[in-house]
Design a binder for this molecule. Structure first.
Ligand code: C2O
Ligand code: CU
Ligand code: CU
Length: 478
């Protein structure tokens, strides 16, 4: 195997960034001396698709599926030669539910952790009582059944904890599951399917020498091990054909600016809320915590035997930038293609309400604030009306410490309108539910409250910030 130094010599993961970022976010050039770990020593762990424990037929909604997802502690092999105690759904790293629009899912859950748990379907359009509101926490040993109607359009979602005290650490310790919703519209498109449709869950972590996870809420600069589906900088054997790669960033705080090889083309096809209106050719792909980005990569342009590194251009100085490697090991038939048009964004209506959100860090208290206030579960910050379209203007005023923030809305997806008055980039033209705002910047987006009244959260998805107050609560009213 090549050493890391040889790889760098071969230019596999270095080079100056020429392209701009899709969203206009300023880029930091990163890459430095090797970390201790040797990349590409382990194969990618496939994200296992769960089978329902039961199926049934309801009186009004037809067939439904019942799954079981219970968070518990489990020992898994992550780094070679060690085991790591993690907090995992069913004791598995990133299990995946594949669901279909129009067919509801129930999830039965017992919380086997010794901390509270409040499961949230990130990206889900679900009734308030199943949304993982902190008030819905399941105590240790308690049980709950969740109901996801699946009446929204196809998209890549994920499940994670939203409990008030423990969500940041639970997510860090691994309690994450994928939730891939498809629908007829998407199924009819000739995109890669089946084993060529691959979910990848990216994150960072810090391990002690004995393999245990080291957690500090504010330790984001010191998590040098990158994991894909729980495998450290793995290699993934692919056929020389097109793949649909569904990326989800489950890190607490880390951003990735992904580059394939020397900046080889990826075709960006989807974001948080599903397919883009049209594919976008991308040389780099930016993905912040909780975001989803999907690309089609055509490996047929590489000869069998090629090894192509996926690197992170936002690595901190001194960190190894390699995320994973694609090894082209065989040829294969490829009936798939990427159509010129994918899926139009639904009409979100004409906005009649405008709201502003200022994200800031309070040095005096160490709290992160929205509009000058930390989260208060007793306070309702806004009351959107059902059927109303709103414009949200989100400004990050943290120029002094250079702290990035994001805004994530529960319940409804939104469409970015502009950034600092400049029209959105094509890669941001689809539906989103999480958007990053760099220091001194402003983003505006539009969203419509369609149905489901009740209390829902919105917050920064850099989890340390959210824990330290950067969250608000809206009550959607009739
Ligand atoms: Cu990813 Cu409030 O959630
Ligand atoms: Cu969410
Ligand atoms: Cu933040």
């Amino acid at each position: 195997m090549l050493t890391r130094r040889q790889l760098i010599k071969a230019g596999a993961a270095t080079g100056v960034l020429a392209a701009g970022s899709a969203s206009g976010i300023a880029l930091a050039e990163g890459s430095g001396p090797a970390a201790a770990d040797e990349p590409f020593g382990v194969p990618l762990r496939p994200a296992r698709v769960l089978s329902p424990v039961r199926q049934g037929r309801g009186r009004s909604k037809g067939w439904y599926d019942v799954y079981r997802l219970s968070p518990k502690e489990a020992d898994v092999g992550v780094l070679p030669g060690t085991t790591t105690r993690m907090r995992l759904f069913n004791g598995e790293v990133a299990p995946v539910i594949r669901a279909t629009r129009g067919r509801p899912v129930f999830i039965e859950q017992t919380n086997a952790l010794d901390v509270p748990f409040s499961m949230h379907l990130h990206g889900g359009h679900v009734p308030a009582r199943y949304d993982g509101h902190p008030a819905e926490e399941v105590r240790p040993g308690g049980s709950r059944v969740f109901f996801y109607p699946n009446e929204q359009r196809a998209s890549t979602m994920w499940l994670h904890d939203h409990s008030l005290e423990a969500h940041t650490e639970n997510i860090y310790r691994g309690t994450v599951a994928g939730y891939l919703l498809t629908d007829e519209f998407e199924e009819r498109l000739p995109l890669p399917k089946g084993r060529y449709d691959v979910p990848l869950y990216l994150r960072d972590a810090k391990f002690a020498a004995d393999g245990s996870l080291v957690y500090a809420m504010d330790g984001f600069r010191d998590r040098p091990t990158l994991l894909v589906n729980g495998s450290p900088r793995p290699y993934f054997e692919v056929a020389a054909r097109k793949y649909r790669i569904r990326l989800t960033n489950t890190s607490n705080e880390r951003a990735f600016l992904l580059q394939l090889g020397e900046g080889d083309e990826m075709t960006h096809i989807a974001s948080d809320g599903g397919l883009l209106p049209a594919p976008v050719s991308a040389r780099v792909l930016e993905i912040w915590p909780a975001e989803r980005q999907e690309v089609v990569i055509d490996f047929s342009r590489y000869p069998v035997g090629s090894k192509i590194v996926l690197g992170n251009k936002l690595a901190f100085p001194g960190e190894a930038p390699e995320v994973m490697r694609f090894d082209v090991v065989r040829t294969a038939e490829d009936p798939s293609s990427v159509p010129d048009r994918l899926r139009p964004v639904p009409d979100l209506g004409t906005p009649t309400v405008e709201r502003t959100f200022v994200m800031s860090f309070d040095v005096a208290t160490g709290q992160h604030l929205i509009n000058g206030k930390p989260f208060d579960p007793e306070r309702v910050d806004l009351r959107p009306r059902l059927g109303t379209t709103e414009i949200w203007t989100v400004t990050n005023t943290d120029t002094r410490f250079g702290i990035p923030h994001s805004m994530h809305t529960h319940l409804e997806h939104f469409q970015v309108v502009d950034r600092d008055g400049t029209a959105r980039a094509p890669g941001e033209a689809g539906l989103k539910d999480t958007v990053t705002v760099m220091p001194g910047r402003t983003v505006r987006f539009k969203l419509k409250f369609t149905d489901y009244p009740g209390k829902f959260m919105y917050h920064c998805h850099l989890l340390g910030h959210m824990t330290m107050g950067m969250m608000g609560q809206m009550e959607v009213v009739d």
